[in-house]
Design a binder for this molecule. Structure first.
Ligand SMILES: Cc1ncc(COP(=O)(O)O)c(C=O)c1O
Length: 411
């Protein structure tokens, strides 16, 4: 976070070479004077100063301390430190949501006349939000997720940001983070990577050259579908100079309770990601064999167009999300068939939020990407027959039976 979470506050007693599994459970702040073993939830709007002179020093940023929870809170700091440790970034700032993190990014880094290059396959609301910033003079060019030459060609002298999400929602297209970082840096711009789908358990964009990692903590970081949360992971300097002033003024604040849930979610992140990804791959292989399925998208499948890149970039793991396209002679029938498969499920949740231990099934063209124009949807390759499945921790055979019920009925 902040001035506050920065270098001067006390750190947990961990060896400097502690590994990710240890950091996921232990990084944060030292326990309070009561010695709690599970991290405390500090539900307090403000913090008390011992005397007026100390209050003055703290308000003048001469002394680090917690002041007011719009921009500094111990539970939020613990979450920020733990996530930064996992992403391998110097620092992190929590935000109210993933979309709030993108809003902070734009408010903190861009001004009228600046330009962004973004994949046209990113999350639908991200495309909408970058579109909305055009009214403040920030223009965005949308390019192919996978064609590096298109990213390079779209860069202009006023380009300040390249924004990527990998793998994408819902078709799991993978972009080359290291290649995009080179393009960004050659242009004097920053590369931001939305790391929702992999999380730092599988993919660490900063090690590949990205400057900022953006998160919807709502997804795998929480991991059980409980809270809305977001974060930006980057250097302390970017936070102090660009993002903390936005947080103080605009108040895109992560609540202590939501931060606490994410903090505890991070403790099981690696286990969940490995297990849910293994189930997703197994389900994707099974779907590939089903006669009612036209195509399956999962980075772990050798048939995935960026399979090798994904394996390199994601530690050999495809991730917990797969999408598939059901057959249909035209768009209307493909949509009807997709709806029938979804409606026949009894185990899966018909919900758009991914990242849960409960498997989520959704029809992207009418939900997550329903607000896009037909042209934008086609550019992203999202047809009416596509179904996204974010695989949870239910028994794999129960999940197969759940999908087979609807798929077997397609003629
Ligand atoms: C890839 C991706 N990025 C960002 C977001 C936005 O996150 P939030 O819902 O926490 O605002 C989502 C939400 O679905 C997402 O899937």
């Amino acid at each position: 976070m902040s001035v506050v979470a920065g270098k001067k506050l006390p750190r947990t007693k961990l060896p400097p070479d502690a590994r990710p599994d240890t950091l996921a459970v232990r990084e944060g702040l030292p326990a309070s004077q009561w010695g709690e073993n599970s991290e405390a939830l500090f539900v307090s709007s403000s913090f008390v100063h011992p005397d007026a002179a100390t209050a003055a020093a703290r308000f003048a940023n001469e002394e680090e301390a917690f002041i007011y929870s719009r921009f500094s809170n111990p539970t939020v700091t613990m979450m920020e430190r733990r996530l930064a440790a996992l992403e391998g970034s110097e620092a992190c700032i929590g935000t109210a949501s993933g979309m709030g993190a993108i809003t902070m990014l734009v408010l903190g880094l861009l001004k009228a006349g600046d330009h962004v290059v973004c994949s046209h396959s990113v999350f639908g609301s991200t495309i909408r939000l970058f579109g909305d910033f055009a009214k403040f003079g920030v223009q965005t060019s949308f390019v192919s997720q996978t064609d590096v030459a298109q990213w390079r060609a779209a860069v202009r002298p006023e380009t300040k940001l390249l924004f990527a999400e990998t793998p994408t929602n819902p078709l799991t297209e993978v972009c080359d983070i290291a290649a995009l970082a080179k393009i960004a840096h050659a242009a004097g711009a920053l590369l931001v990577v939305d790391n929702c789908f992999c999380s730092p358990a599988l993919q660490r964009p900063i090690a590949l050259g990205a400057d900022i990692v953006m998160h919807s903590g709502t997804k795998y970081l929480d991991g059980q579908g409980r809270v809305i949360a977001g974060a930006l992971c980057c250097t302390q300097q970017l936070i102090d100079e660009k993002f903390m002033p936005v947080q103080r003024g605009a108040g895109i604040t992560l609540s202590p309770f939501n931060a606490w849930v994410v903090l505890k979610g991070l403790e099981t992140l690696a286990l969940r990601m490995r297990e849910q990804s293994a189930r997703a791959l197994s389900l994707a292989r099974w779907l590939e064999q089903h006669p009612a399925v036209e195509r399956v998208y999962h980075p772990g499948l050798p048939s995935h167009p960026q399979h090798e890149l994904a394996m390199r970039q994601q530690g050999g793991v495809g991730g917990p999300v797969a999408s598939f396209v059901v057959r249909g002679r035209d768009a209307a029938q493909a949509r009807a068939n997709a709806f029938a498969v979804i409606d026949a499920t009894r185990v899966c949740s018909i919900t758009a939020n991914l990242g849960d231990t409960k498997t989520a099934i959704t029809h992207p063209a009418s939900t997550t990407h329903g607000r896009l124009s037909e042209a934008q949807r086609q550019a992203a390759g999202i047809g009416q027959g596509a179904i996204r499945i974010a695989v949870g921790l239910e028994d794999l055979d129960d999940l197969k039976a759940d999908l087979a019920r609807g798929l077997d009925a397609i003629r």
